[in-house]
Each structure stands twice: as C-alpha cells, then as structure tokens.
Design a protein around this ligand. Sequence first.
Ligand code: BGC
Length: 834
Amino acid sequence: MTQLSMPPQLTSSAPQSAHRTDHRVLDTDHRALDLEQKARLVSGGDTFRSSGEPAIGMHPVVCSDGPVGVRGERWDEADTALLLPCATALAASWDEELVARMGGLLAAEARRKGVHVVLAPTLNLHRSPLGGRNFECFSEDPLLTARIGAAYVAGVQARGVAATAKHYVANDSETERLTVDARVDERTLREVYLAPFEAAVRAGVWAVMSAYNRVNGTSMVEHPLLAEPLKGEWGFDGLVVSDWGSVHEADGPGAAACDLAMPGPNPAWGAALAAAVRAGRVPADALDDKVERMLRLARRVGAFDPPAAGGRAPVPTDPATRGALRAAAVAGTVLLHNPQRLLPLEESALRRVALIGPNAATARVQGGGSASVFPAAPVSPLAGLRAALDPAVELVHAPGVRTNLRPTPLAAADCVLPDGSAPGVLVRYLAADGSLVHAEARATGRVLEPTGEVDLAPVRTIEVATRFTAPSAGRWRLGVVGLGALRLEADGEVLLEEYVAPLSDDPTYLHVSPSFRQVELELAEGQQVALLARRAVEEPHGRVLVLAADRPEAELEREFAHAVELAAAADVAVVVVGTTDEHESEGFDRAGLRLPGRQDELVAAVAAANPRTVVVVNTGSPVLLPWRERVGAVLTCWFPGQEGGDALAEVLLGRAEPGGRLPTTWPDAEADCPVYGTAPTDGRLEYAEGLHLGHRGWLRTDRSPAYWFGHGLGWGEWRYLALGAPSAPAADGSRTVRVVLRNEGPRRSRETVQLYLSRPGSELERPVRWLAGFGAAEAGPGEQVEVELRLPARALEHWSVAERGWRIEPGTFVLQAGPHCGELPLAAALTVGA
Ligand code: BGC
C-alpha cells in the first residue's frame, strides 16, 4: 500500500488558494452541445451513473457510496468490497495520515470497480446522540470533523477518484429527513455546520452533495448556500450533485446552483430542464455553468478515457491491505475504563476465556443504509480471538441474548437446495406467464439482485426455495422480507399470504428496511421442511426478497443462564455488546440510548459472576453503560470494519495499543444530554442550542457525562508538564504551541494532545471552551517528549453577522492543553491586539 504524506494544507483551516488549476480542463467543450445535450449531460443516466455524451466522447460518470467502502453500482452481497472502520472509529484515531491512507484504499477500490466518484465523506455532525447516521459522520466537533474529513478527501483524490462532501448542510438527523426544515442561525451555520465543508473545499474536494432537508425554509437542493459561500466565497469549482431523488422540478434547482440531478432518468430534469431554459425560467448561463462543472469533473476522474476492458479484479485480501484495515480499527478503539489495569490481559495466565454476547460470533462491522457494503469475509471477535490465542487456551462462547429486530436470513449451514445437491437456496425469476427468466443458487436466504447481468424487465415474480433443517426443537419464527403480494409455503402448505404495502417513499427503505412478515412453525430438532417464499414485482417496490428463520423464544432463558455459567467458570469474561445495522442506520433516528434487548442485564449478571469482566462496546455511536463502574474494563471498538475481530484480539492481548479518543461525548443518562430529541415540530427542527452542541453544551451544565469528548486511556500514563506561550502568528495567521509531557506508564504509548480555547469576559456569546488544535505524542516508559501543535487563525475567529466576515475579538484568550475536554491541566494566556 502506498503511504501518502499529507499535503501541508490539511492541517490548516486558514484560507488557502482553494484549487489547483487543472490544465486538462477546457471550458470550451459545452459550446459544441445543443440545449438538449447539455441538459442530458447534467442528468442521471441510471441509479448511479450520469448520462455521458457520446458526441464529445464522454462516458457516464459512475458514482458509488461511501463512506466505509465502495459498494459499486450493485446492491448485492455477491459484489464484495473492502470494509473500513466506520466514520466515528476513523475520527476516534484523531490521525489524519491514517485517514488519508484509508482514503487511498477507497480510491483503489473505486478504480477496481470502475467508479469515478465516491459518495463520501459524510460531514454532518453528531448534534444529537440519537442521529441515525452518526456512525457515518465523524464527530460532534466541527474542527475534528473538518480535519479528518479533509484528510479523507485528500486520500481519495490523490488517486484521481472524486470524493463527495455530503450532505450540505444541516442533515444531522434522520427523522423526516426528506422534508425537515432545520432552523439554524447564520453564525452557527458558519462556525459549526458549514466549517467541515469549507475545509473540504480548501482541501480541493471535487464534488459536494446537497442534502434532502430544508434550511431556514428552503430545500437544500435549491438553496442560496450552494452559491454562497460554497461556489463564490470558497471558490468551489467542482460539481454539486443532488441527494438521490431530491430533485422534483427543474425551475428552482435549475436556476440555483444544483448541477447534477441523481438518479435518472428523472422526468423533472433532463428534457424538463431544457424546456425551462427555453422558456426563460432557468437562465442559459446557469445551465452552462452546470455543464462546465460536469465536464471538469469528468476530466478530473477520467470519464473521457474508455472504461477499463476485461474482468474486474477480486476484492484484495493481501496481508498489507488487511493489516492496514486492522491497524485502523486498533487506532480507533477507545479504552474507556481500566481502573485495575485488567487490560491488556496477561496471556500466560490464561487457561479459559469466556467470550459472551450477541455481537461476539457475528461480526457487527458496519451501520445500515446506503453506507453499507458487502465485505467478503469480516472477522468476528470470536474468530479473531480464537486465531490469536495460544491453542492451549480454551475459548468458550455463548451469545446470552439476542438483539435482532428484523428476521435473520437463512444460513447456508441450515438449508440445502430443493434437490439436495448443495447448501443454500434456489432463486427463480419468473415472467408474467410463469416462464423462467433466470435461476441461480445462493448461499443464504437474502436475495437482493441476481449475480451477473440479467435483463429483469420481464420479471413479475421472484421465488426462493430451499429445504430447511431445524437445528433445535421448538416454535421457529419463519419470516419473509419483501413488498407487494407475499407468500410463504412450508411443505406445500400456505403459512402466509398477504399484500404488503410500502411504508415509506424514502429511497433507502426499499433496499435497507422493507417491511416483513413472520409466522411460527413447530419443528422437532433435525426436522426438515421444504420452504418456498414468493413475491410479486411491481415497479416502485424494489426486488428484495429474504427468507428467514429465527430460533424459538423458549430457548432464550436457557441461553442467558448458559452464558453466565460460562463466564463464572473462566479466568476472564469478555462480553461483546452493541447494536447492529438494524439499530443504527440511515432512514431513521435511534429511539433511545440503551443497549438493545437484555444486554445490560447480561453484562450485570456476568460481572456479578466474574469480577474479571471486560466489556467491548460494538456500536457506531454512544450508548448508556449503567454497569460501567462494576466491570473490570470497558472499551469501544465502534463498527470496526472487516478486520474488527483481529484488531480486538490484538488490543485485548496487548499486542497493540487502543489508540482512540472519543470524537463525541458519551452520556450517563439520556435526560442529561444538552441536545437530545430529533423530532421536528410542525416540520421544523430548531437548532436552538446554537454554537453549544456536544461537549460545548455539556460544559454549560452542572452535569458530567460518562466520558468526555476526547477521552481515551491507551496503555500510557501521561503527565502534562508544560505549555509554552504560543508563537507569533505566521503569514497565514496560525501559531505554534509546544506542549511537554511524560509517559509515566509501564508501556510505550501514543497520546492525543488536545488544545482548547476560551475567552473570559468576551463581548460575544461563546462556547465555554472549544477545540482549537490537536496532535500526537509518542514515548516509551519514563520518556519525556515535546509536541508542536498548530493553532490555526480560524480557532480564534468568530463569524460576524453584522460585518459578514471572520473577525478576531482583541483581548486575552485562554489556551488549555490536556488529555480531554474535561481535564486540562495546563493553561497559557494568548493576547491578541486590535
Ligand atoms: C443518501 C446518500 C447516498 C445516496 C445514494 C441517499 O439516500 O442520503 O448519502 O449517497 O442515497 O445511495
């Protein structure tokens, strides 16, 4: 893997010359096109492709989600991809070089899949801990998001693949996401929500995606913010792409600064846009500007070059790539609590380890929604720990509880094709007259798309058939996921027949969380039953069909007791609790912060049975940990990506240091959160807290969170010794700050040193303090080090609404340094003149 060195502007938030001039970009091509061609050029050709224009040799520009991998154009498990740690995990590394390297891996994946534009990073903020897509966003903090996001953009684009800063702007929660009107004041927009986008533009991002929501009354697809500050003041010369399906008419978005409407064909764009220009409702210049931007992007990403010939290389599995993903997962893992130094485990003293929890044997490696990809072979905690432990150490496992909300697709181990020839299910695509269009065998009961190119136009019915063998006795819950006319048969008997109407017109609903139905069937252990699921295919309802089987409820009590028994009889109990892509997903916000199901009860029972209990929290965003003072150690691995299990084993056994620091505050109680609810009132969501989200909000209350923004222990014991006076400002207004610290722990360690600013006696409303800079120190036991951190001019500036510009209030700021925003042992004054 190529090591990318970071361009210097990445650590800067001071104004830079925004764009390289791309000598290949000619702005004359569009003059050769007529009105219809121009309008088509800025229209989607299909779900993930733009239209292209043969007359000028431009191929369709191919887009793909993002951000944890490059899914490609197909939404199917047969199309596998590298899977990175989720955005919160990447941000938890506070390490821009690492994130840029991850961007390089994504670019290589994009190239492998013929993708020109990666629809990532997601630069919205963790405004409320309930935000359904928080796992996909970096942080609650604008500066951390800006720096990590800019590094991501630079890493992707260094290999000629476009990144897309999304969703511009204030798309910070999912409830009513297609219509919600976020009410945000101008200063808050500038200093908080627009700041990460500004940094992405300064890093040279080639595409920006407009959000679905409204801001202060206007839909983002036609919002003046697309023109100013994005394209004007910031000098963004790339392409604004609509979020999928958000363009409903040509006039508004056409006259505004939205460039490409996706997906297509869209009756409201294309020919309708040409007609709007002809009628004078959309200025011809506005269309020309869109076309120029489209052409510039096409040139940047190589869409004038013929698509690569020949077959596609398989997803990489080489040790270097897997090692890089593992290292990233380790770097994001946050050790939250370790009072007796139970971690790292002393391997030589281990005889029997109990690995407990619903997320131990099943790798829960990513959140849900358009961000999800299909990893080839994700490593579960159980597989990772088994591979890492000495074979002489016994490793026992029990899930203890279940947390799934949706039916579990049939697993290959439990089913064979109807003719018994191999494990799996048989899928048949049928035309209206019942004739077979396509058939294939699949490994599991989850059917999203056929493998390979199949013309599905004539398909009216999809069937999944298999012979299922019950691994245990009881009332099994058989399920079918799909829309329209659904039917389920067992040994020829109809168990279910119903018309299931869609519950949402949100584009991800069809792919991610379509409705399902379940029925119970009593089966003996080892009993085999022939199952047949069938659904009708109607145009707007998608083609997902899942045949599922969930174990009998009566087994649950036994499972719980068994897990606690195993824990009691082990040298150490590791409990992996968490959420799944069913709980944290695009399309909806979380209902609360408790761990789903009986997981809290399970941890409490295990901890009571074995004081040497380590809890691994496997979620994309904060959850409540009511037992956190009663267990030996707590760490969060987030959604760690495909190598999560191996990374976890390295951390538990002390072969690597958990390098993460929280990118977002973890509360002890829902009621304590300064910003909580995400439900709009009459369609409006008031950002009434203004500048004070996340830790800034906590600092204004008398409550302490469970763990502050920036917290994370690692293996070191760091003493902060000195904070030097900031240097005089450099030409770009930034200052240098030196911090001296010593590692007094017994092991080598890396520390994330954080700088915060405050402004006592300010004339302006201010956060109590705000993150102003950060950097890493590394030292062996007993070693003292000095780190040099950059304090950008912007950290001292505020947005003046009256003067419509960035200003510095003269006077004395207080600079503080320390391990997290709740513990800042060093301080220095910084006086700025008029
Ligand atoms: C999401 C975007 C995504 C797009 C394409 C939308 O529903 O909001 O983040 O890139 O779908 O899948």
